[in-house]
Design a binder for this molecule. Structure first.
Ligand SMILES: *[C@@H]1O[C@H](CO)[C@@H](O)[C@H](O)[C@H]1NC(C)=O
Length: 236
């Protein structure tokens, strides 16, 4: 649901004419955009949204690991520097790395916890974390950014999922999607799903959730975050 709202917002923001026609907002809001684990392509998608919101008089703070590209008086960019374990050194290794999707995917279980470690070590990030309740809204880059979940605990937030809805994260955020009609992000099927595709799709849903959330990735990220966001991980 939140994705639909954002898509409409993005469409309105990207369409200059539509923006011209919108009545001015009732109030100026403070909006925090979080893209801690992101490539430049993620930032390029979210930057026009930030600019559109800023032009409408909202105050936007954007956290990412990419260089600053926004020069708008109502936008503050905060950049932290993650250690890049993933950087292939030569052009040839870059191509090999990209051809080997399984290898690149498997590396994420090393890269993402390392990025989480650097993220919560950065004083500018921790300052922002402690100020997070000052914002009226947090906008979260959906893909690969579970490490930012501590920021959105008990605050209004929207996730932007440009590759499509990730059923695994959707379930974690309280909206469980049925594998009988929602394809997974990794493999598409002709719709409506046949019985065989439903079974296959269900197996993918279960496998990805198990691998990512319970086995390889999220537990390691949680381990990195635990020491820093103590309020959130206090034993109950
Ligand atoms: C910045 O926000 C203010 C309101 O907070 C608005 O009046 C102004 O037009 C915005 N600046 C730009 C350059 O869009």
């Amino acid at each position: 649901m939140e994705v639909v709202v954002v898509m409409c917002l993005v469409a309105a923001v990207l369409d200059g004419r539509a923006m011209g026609d919108l009545p001015p907002p009732h109030a100026s809001y403070k909006i925090l955009m979080l893209l801690p684990a992101s490539s430049m392509s993620h930032k390029n998608v979210l930057a026009p949204l930030a600019e559109g919101l800023a032009e409408r008089g909202h105050e936007v703070v954007m956290l990412s690991c990419q260089r600053n590209i926004l020069h708008h008086p109502n936008i503050t960019e905060i950049r932290y520097d993650p250690v890049r374990h993933d950087k292939p050194t030569t052009v040839a290794s870059k191509f090999n790395y990209r051809n080997n999707l399984a290898g690149a995917f498997a590396q994420l279980k090393e890269i993402l916890p390392a990025v989480a470690r650097e993220l919560y070590k950065a004083p500018s990030v921790m300052q922002l974390y402690h100020r997070r309740k000052e914002f009226d809204l947090i906008i979260l880059d959906h893909m690969f950014n579970e490490m930012a979940y501590p920021f959105v605990h008990e605050v209004p937030f929207i996730t932007v999922a440009t590759p499509g809805m990730d059923a695994r994260q959707s379930a974690v955020l309280g909206n469980v999607l049925s594998p009988s009609y929602v394809p997974n992000l990794w493999k598409g099927y002709p719709l409506p799903l046949s019985l065989r595709h439903r079974l296959e799709n269900t197996a993918w849903h279960l496998f990805i959730s198990f691998y990512w959330r319970w086995w390889a990735v999220v537990p390691r990220i949680q381990e990195e975050v635990r020491g820093h966001c103590t309020a959130l991980y206090r034993p109950v």
